[in-house]
Design a protein around this ligand. Structure first.
Ligand code: NAP
Length: 292
């Protein structure tokens, strides 16, 4: 079994980005600039945004964090997005999810200029992705592709099973794995909560990508020998064994399945760090204005 080390791979990518940024700046260019909007005081969101801001500093980007109260109205939020849309110094904008219930997530996503949508969630960018046109790929699926690529995992002709069909992970992942690209060229089965006989389907997977948000859902009896497993899930559970008082679990029973796998991502340290690295990569791409 080979561990797909997202922490190391993301550090490699960050080093590559940092050296490109220092070259850019040495040649008189401006630093790439990522803005993030964070609403309310959700602990997990705060952690994710802080990690993104820290990563920006590490690679030499500028970053702006706009904090808004949970009581912010949709109009006020859209006005903040517009300010960033028209700020020519800012290359990329992310609005940290989830949003408060009174805010329409899709309206906010659509209000971000596609050219600054470095999360790759805007319908224009999702459409370009589906058509295999140059665009910002959604960061988590892009991070998974990068792991497959850098570990030289053959995907062509393989059966890829994806569990979960969210707009940010499962659905784009299924599209990307089916495209005529490398990684890609898989025969893809996209599964969700209405799928019947899930175990029978997962047992036929050469590559299993799991993103449903249920801790240790995938067990050894659901997979075949030699499978490649990508575990996207992150569930926080209380623990008296850690300093912080909680620990992170993936959607896969790592201990149970690891001996059946050719490759597997750990949680933490697998897909999570890759997501941030790909967000930085998209922001760098935006600053070079190659796409729009
Ligand atoms: P989500 O929006 O909550 O969607 C979950 C998906 O799983 C839905 O499509 C749902 O089906 C499906 N599902 C639920 N129960 C199922 C079951 N018993 N069998 C088969 N499918 C089932 O999920 P998400 O936003 O993609 O997040 C998934 C997990 O990944 C979460 O733990 C999240 O924290 C994590 N995540 C990690 C990263 C990272 O960077 N590592 C990034 C994003 C998300 P229906 O559509 O039928 O409801």
């Amino acid at each position: 079994m080979i561990l797909l080390d997202g922490k190391k791979t993301s550090n490699d990518i960050k080093d590559e980005i940092a050296s490109e940024v220092s070259q850019l700046v040495a040649n008189g260019g401006k630093k790439p600039h990522l803005a993030a909007i964070l609403i309310g005081d959700n602990g997990a969101s705060e952690t994710y945004v802080n990690a993104k801001v820290k990563a920006c500093l590490e690679v030499g980007f500028s970053s702006t964090l706009v904090r808004l109260d949970t009581s912010v109205t949709q109009e006020q939020l859209l006005a903040e997005v517009e300010k960033i849309n028209i700020n020519s110094d800012i290359d990329g904008l992310i609005v940290q999810l989830p949003l408060p219930f009174h805010i329409d997530e899709m309206k906010v996503t659509e209000s971000i200029l596609p050219s600054k949508d470095v999360d790759g969630f805007h319908p224009t960018n999702i459409g370009k992705m589906a058509l295999n046109l140059p665009t910002y790929l959604p960061a988590t699926p892009a991070g998974i592709l990068e792991l497959l690529l850098r570990y030289n995992i053959e995907t062509s002709g393989k059966h890829c099973v994806v569990i979960g069909r969210s707009h940010i992970v499962g659905s784009p992942m299924s599209i990307l794995m089916a495209r005529n690209t490398n990684p890609g060229n898989c025969t893809v089965t996209l599964t969700h909560s209405r799928t019947k006989n899930l175990n029978e389907i997962t047992k036929t997977a050469d590559i299993l990508i799991v993103a449903l948000g249920k801790a240790e859902f995938v067990t050894a009896n659901m997979v075949k020998d030699g499978v490649v497993i990508i575990d996207v899930g992150i569930t926080r559970i209380k623990s008296d064994k850690t300093k912080s008082g909680w620990k992170l679990l993936g959607d896969v029973d790592f201990k149970g399945v690891k001996n059946k796998c050719n490759f597997i991502t750990p949680v933490p340290g697998g897909v999570g760090p890759m997501t941030i690295a790909m967000l930085l990569k998209n922001t760098l791409l935006s600053s070079k204005s190659n796409l729009y």
